[in-house]
Ligand binder design. Structure first.
Ligand code: GDP
Length: 323
């Protein structure tokens, strides 16, 4: 039985990945940070199948202990302060968790289980003010937020540990990936959640920032498979994972509202509070390397992703309305 240690299990990607690995017959160990209120919404149905270990990315001693207890074949580092918007208000905490946290995890693996395979959750946000379109593994980085600057450090540390210590360390440069399990602060889930509430008469407006920014949005369930595939290769490497399509926030809004038979223009209000000090205007990924070498392919297209998320949020609030 293979053993995996995952950080960030209660988040969107961690929940899909742990489900995927359990189905593959892995024994899954989950690093858990103490919180005073429960955070299990994404893993509720299978949380008893996970082997929980208390720890924190900013505490190296706890990570050393976690690697010792789990004795993993594979380590997936998905934990982070993952919201770009928050990173301007908490730049140092973001640096500690999202940046230095990666070095802590790499050190724990190097010291305790150097032959474990290591996956680092890197991000298309590192391309920032893009140097070329589309972006691929060789595109130079230009981070535009404290979040992406911290992620860039984590990316290079992963590459560095691979080259310095011959560790099997991979960095997955994943473009935005969404699902019904996405946090409510991200624009996609914020839109689908509010559309559902408007449709059911629980809200009457959707306040958004920049409608013109463009993202390459895929389905998170497809993307966790790519993480696993990277660790099954003969050699460690870095890969871009994307859909190869880009859409504006406005297009996402239009599709979500029209799916429930409403005209978005009646409900969307532009709100300065959601504008960012610096923006990433356009992300579009070229994942031909992953398609070729990992034999990876997306299975959900853009409109189906929007519909899936709206359907989920409609169900969520339907029960509230019925009560
Ligand atoms: P990100 O790509 O990781 O920053 O993912 P987000 O979902 O947070 O943001 C995607 C894009 O949507 C960014 O360009 C935001 O500026 C834009 N956006 C527009 N309005 C909003 C909003 O109300 N909330 C968020 N989170 N993003 C918004």
């Amino acid at each position: 039985m293979k053993r995996a240690l995952i950080t960030g299990v209660t988040g969107q990607d961690g929940s899909y990945l742990s489900e995927f690995l359990i189905k593959k017959g892995y024994k899954v160990f989950a690093l858990r940070r103490r919180t005073s209120t429960p955070i299990y919404v994404n893993v509720e149905s299978f949380k008893d199948q996970l082997n929980w270990i208390d720890g924190d990315l900013t505490d190296l001693s706890s990570l050393i202990r976690a690697v010792q207890i789990s004795d993993p074949d594979e380590v997936y580092n998905l934990a982070a302060q993952s919201f770009v918007g928050t990173s301007w208000g908490q730049p140092l905490a973001t640096g500690e968790i999202t940046g230095i946290g990666v070095a802590n995890m790499l050190e724990a693996v190097r010291l305790m289980k150097p032959d474990a395979r290591f996956y680092q959750a890197s991000t298309s946000e590192m391309f920032g003010k893009v140097a070329e379109i589309p972006q691929r593994e060789t595109t130079p980085f230009y981070p535009r937020s404290p979040y992406s600057a911290a992620k860039l450090y984590g990316h290079w540390m992963t590459v560095n540990y691979r080259e310095s210590f011959s560790m099997f360390a991979c960095s997955g440069i994943l473009f935005n990936h969404e699902s019904p399990r996405r946090g409510l602060e991200f624009v996609t889930r914020k839109i689908t959640n509010t559309v559902a509430r408007i449709k059911l008469g629980l809200s009457d407006e959707l306040r958004l920032g920049n409608l013109d920014s463009k993202r390459d949005w895929g389905f998170a369930g497809d993307y966790v498979k790519a993480m696993w595939l990277m660790l099954q290769q003969e050699k460690p490497d870095d890969y871009v994972i994307s859909t190869g399509e880009t859409h504006t926030v406005r297009e996402f809004v239009e599709i979500a509202f029209s799916y429930v038979g409403l005209n978005w223009k009646k409900y969307v209000v532009q709100d300065e509070r959601f504008m960012r000090p610096a923006e990433v205007d356009l992300l579009l990924g070229d994942c031909s390397k992953a398609e070729k070498q990992l034999n990876w392919k997306k299975s959900v297209n853009f409109a189906s992703l929007v519909h899936m998320m709206v359907d989920y949020d409609l169900d969520l609030y339907q029960s509230v309305v019925e009560e």
